[in-house]
Structure formats: structure tokens, C-alpha cells
Write a protein that binds this ligand. Structure first.
Ligand SMILES: Cc1cc2nc3c(=O)[nH]c(=O)nc-3n(C[C@H](O)[C@H](O)[C@H](O)COP(=O)(O)OP(=O)(O)OC[C@H]3O[C@@H](n4cnc5c(N)ncnc54)[C@H](O)[C@@H]3O)c2cc1C
Length: 97
């Protein structure tokens, strides 16, 4: 089985998670590592700062989105990649979740 690790839960990977949830690829395990739980929708940030939107209007909660994608969500900061051993190093735990 392949293990796909997404680092960061921003705009790009939110779309990947959505696509995984709608059509899970076969034999693929998905992990999301992100240093935040709520990812901002950048286009709404000016409106958030101006007070037109609430926090929850302008942010995507990565926890339910990961559940939808059947991904393991790890709330942590990545500090390095080792291409030789194919390991992801993070601050809060052993390499690779
Ligand atoms: C104010 C503002 C308004 C914008 N408006 C628009 C718009 O209207 N239309 C448009 O097309 N684009 C807009 N953009 C640009 C758009 O936001 C970016 O192009 C887009 O966010 C890039 O997506 P990304 O997934 O590559 O990175 P990001 O969305 O920046 O995601 C990066 C993710 O990685 C996480 N991360 C970072 N470092 C680590 C680490 N070491 N370990 C773990 N996680 C980490 C971050 O928390 C984040 O979740 C705007 C940007 C800004 C700042």
C-alpha cells in the first residue's frame, strides 16, 4: 500500500483532501501533517479583518475534512525531510506518523 503524506493543510491540499473523500484511490493511505487545525481561506481574510466575517466563516476545520478524506490528521510542524529514508521529521513525534 502506498502512503501519501501531505505537509500543510492550505489551499492546495484542501482540494486534494476533498478529491480523496469523493473518490478514494485504491491501496493508498493518506496522512495530513499541518501546524494549524483551522486553515484560513485567504480570499476572505480582508473581510475577516474588517469584521464582515466570523472566524468560522473564513476558516476550514481540517479535522472533519480529514475524516471525510479518511486521512490521518497530525497537528504538528514538519522540520525536515529525508529523501533517502523517505522520512518526514516533525517536532512532536518520531519520524513519519
Ligand atoms: C490576503 C491574501 C488574499 C489572497 N487572495 C487570493 C485570491 O483571491 N485568489 C487566489 O487565487 N489566491 C489568493 N491568495 C493566494 C493564495 O492564498 C495562495 O496562492 C494559496 O494559499 C497557496 O496555497 P498552498 O496550499 O500552496 O499554500 P498555503 O495555503 O499557504 O498552505 C500552506 C499550509 O502549510 C502549513 N504549514 C506551513 N509550514 C508548515 C510546517 N513546517 N509544518 C506543517 N505545516 C506547515 C500552513 O499552516 C498551511 O496550512 C491570497 C493570499 C493572501 C495572503
Amino acid at each position: 500500500m502506498k502512503h501519501l503524506v501531505l505537509i500543510g493543510g492550505g489551499h492546495s491540499h484542501v482540494a486534494v483532501l476533498r478529491a480523496f473523500g469523493m473518490a478514494p484511490p485504491p491501496d493508498t493511505r493518506l496522512t495530513l501533517i499541518c501546524n494549524v487545525v483551522h486553515t484560513p481561506y485567504s480570499g476572505m481574510l480582508p473581510g475577516l479583518i474588517a469584521g464582515h466575517y466570523r472566524f468560522e466563516d473564513a476558516h476550514i476545520d481540517l479535522t472533519p475534512l480529514s475524516e471525510f478524506a479518511k486521512a490521518t490528521f497530525v497537528n504538528d510542524t514538519v522540520i525536515g525531510l529525508d529523501p533517502e529514508t523517505r522520512m518526514v521529521k516533525r517536532t512532536g513525534g518520531p519520524p513519519n506518523p
